[in-house]
Design a protein around this ligand. Structure first.
Ligand SMILES: [Zn+2]
Length: 408
């Protein structure tokens, strides 16, 4: 028997207790946030970050998982747990916030992971002082910003399965939402991503004698345009889908037609059938356009992350708890961003072919209170964001307590 499926009255009492304990942790959490912000570490190298957070959570000796990650269990040592994820890594972005505690090492917490870590620490420390009916598992996850994905490594690990997670909660800051708003929609909230590389082979030659060459530059440029037409003409206009080409490379001299040209980009889809269609359609379109130019075009698609799908029962259970905590709840928000948190809830079900623990999961988005976008060198939410993220994490933990245990 588990404590999941707890009674509403018990949950409300626990909510009030944890909310009070959490408030008392926020000043210390702001100090931790600034320390982490000043010393960001890149994906896969987050040793000092993980050590600082593990120690603040009272568990400096927690063993490494997935390289530099840690799992820290709070509450009952046996039975199921409710996992809450925070990401450890910064980005290779030189900071331009001008804050006294800005990073000077060339890396930056430009995705708010410093806030997420401080929030999880505050909640974990509060939870240690309460009588939890079900354990809270703090998942300090490495490598969110790069591949191979830290989430995939954790969700497929024996250590994570050995904790018997019944659900997993994630909260991410979001610059498109105002402070005081938390989005927790049911269903798909972030896109599936597939990256691709295009190689166009033609015949090089003198730029003044194009009739003697087969120009891969023009074939590649037309291919890029045609990829946008796949979105506008081949995808149902009521479905969100994006193709962005982020790199183009060709040639070394203005008067020489090169023999090859290359590009790379990303496909973002919210619908599984659109994902399958675009994976093959990109290759067919590029091959056809290049053939028309006397060139050969090939495309390699590299599947990245599955779509992030919020469990409907869990998402709906979060909504009243967030309102009771004073937040405006948004239930429609979704974007073509991506997050490897998707692996916890959807591994194996989105055509990734990866086996793993498939858990009821929910990702919430807390308004960052700054119009500056995530990943921008001036992204610097105020410390109040720590309390907002921690309150959303608490709502997620409590929501998992009131929903039935469906993990297997
Ligand atoms: Zn992030």
């Amino acid at each position: 028997m588990t404590a999941l499926g707890s009674a509403e009255a018990d949950i409300e009492e626990l909510r009030l207790t944890l909310t009070g304990l959490l408030a008392a942790e926020l000043t210390a959490a702001a100090g931790l946030r600034r320390e982490l912000h000043r010393n960001p570490e890149l994906s896969g190298a987050e040793r000092a970050t993980a050590a600082a957070v593990a120690s603040a959570l009272g568990c400096p000796e927690a063993p490494d998982i997935a390289g530099t990650g840690r799992l820290i269990r709070i509450g009952p040592p046996d039975g199921p747990c409710i996992a809450i994820r925070a990401e450890l890594d910064g980005l290779p972005v030189p900071e331009q916030t001008g804050a006294p505690w800005a990073s000077a090492n060339g890396a930056m917490h430009a995705c708010g992971h410093d806030v997420h870590l401080a929030a999880l620490t505050a909640l974990g420390r509060a939870a240690r002082r309460a009588d939890l009916p079900v354990a809270l598992l703090a998942v300090l996850q490495p490598r969110e910003e790069t591949v191979p994905s830290g989430a995939l490594d954790i969700v497929t690990s024996a250590e994570f399965a050995g904790q018997h997670p019944a659900a997993i909660i994630g909260v991410h800051l979001q610059h498109l939402l105002p402070a005081g708003t938390v989005a927790v929609p049911a269903g798909v909230v972030n896109a599936a991503t597939d990256d691709f590389e295009i190689t166009v082979s033609g015949r090089g030659g003198h730029a003044g004698y194009p009739q003697l060459a087969a120009d891969p530059v023009l074939a590649l440029c037309q291919s890029v345009v045609v990829l946008q037409q796949l979105i506008s003409r081949r995808i149902d206009p009521t479905h969100a889908a994006v193709i962005s080409v982020g790199t183009l490379q060709a040639g070394h001299a203005p008067n020489v037609i090169p023999a090859t040209a290359t590009a790379s980009g990303t496909i973002r889809t919210l619908d599984r059938h659109d994902r399958q269609f675009l994976r093959s359609a990109v290759g067919e379109a590029v091959a056809g356009v290049c053939r028309a130019h006397g060139c050969e075009g090939t495309v390699t698609v590299v599947p990245a992350e599955p779509a992030l799908v919020n469990d409907p029962l869990l998402a709906e259970a979060c909504q009243p708890l967030l309102r009771r905590a004073g937040y405006v709840v948004e239930t429609e928000f979704s974007s073509c961003g991506a997050d490897d948190f998707a692996y916890y809830g959807a591994a194996g079900s989105q055509g990734t072919g990866e086996a793993g623990t498939v858990l009821p999961s929910v990702m919430m988005f807390a308004g960052s209170g700054t119009p500056v976008s995530l990943h921008h060198p001036e992204f610097l939410p105020a410390d109040r964001a720590i309390g907002d993220v921690a309150s959303a994490m608490l709502a997620g933990y409590l929501a998992a307590l009131v929903t039935p245990d469906r993990a297997s």
